[in-house]
Design a binder for this molecule. Sequence first.
Ligand SMILES: [Zn+2]
Length: 284
Amino acid sequence: MTKDELTKWFLCDDKIMLSVAKTTTLVNKAIKVHGLTCTTGAVLGRALTMSALMGAKLKNPSDNITAIITGDGPVGRIVTVARYGGVVKGYLDVPEVDLMPNDKGKIDVGGAVGKGKLRVISDYSMTKPYIGEVELVTGEIAEDFAMYYANSLQQPCAIGLGVLMKDTKALSGAGFLVEVMPDAMDNDIEEIENVTKQLSDISTIMKDISTVDFVNQYFGHLMPKLYEQSEPKFKCDCSMARVKKVLKSLPAEDRESIYNENGEIEVKCDFCNKTRLVSREDIE
Ligand SMILES: [Zn+2]
């Protein structure tokens, strides 16, 4: 198995940007942390792969991008956060959901997510967070984020996301994001459309090849220039210090009401499932 990586490229004389991610290890870590099924592994795996692709543009250690998918499907809410350096975390409300394949014989991600909204909060240091929201298109995640790019960011793009599952193991997680600059030529855009049409099964295509081989194979005729390479990771940034800070910020009477019989507060992190016990002395 080739290792997780994210590479960024210019195509067509720098008028089109391409980001490609291999996320198999990252997705398997999320599956293990959250006890995901075949279905929820694919759902959260796609969302985390998108998070890694979006996070690749962050320039400062305090920058982050949060995406919240609120659908009416059985998995409930899906939350992902991308941080500087290709680090992502995420969870969904109901990790046990496991659905039958859809009528195309594929994992029913759209059925698991349902209808609803996608909200993206881009928090870049120094500026006010930018919040964009769109209706979900299919709940299949890639189309929903493409709608966000087109409607909220006014950025034409093509997105592919996929997780190839065998039971509760990801055999391949992968994704790509093509962003078209305003000065891109029409025939280049047409050619990108022709290529991305062949990439509907991205997790199978990329299963045994690196992102570099993938780009050379499918985009080689569009003058690809590699300009950045990193390793995306699933990792939480919670800590005892942060938990204490949050508890300290609560009004004293609210805090009093959540102490258990041992005078401790139990705090569970949704993103990594870690539970911490904080004593009264720790806080005061
Ligand atoms: Zn955590």
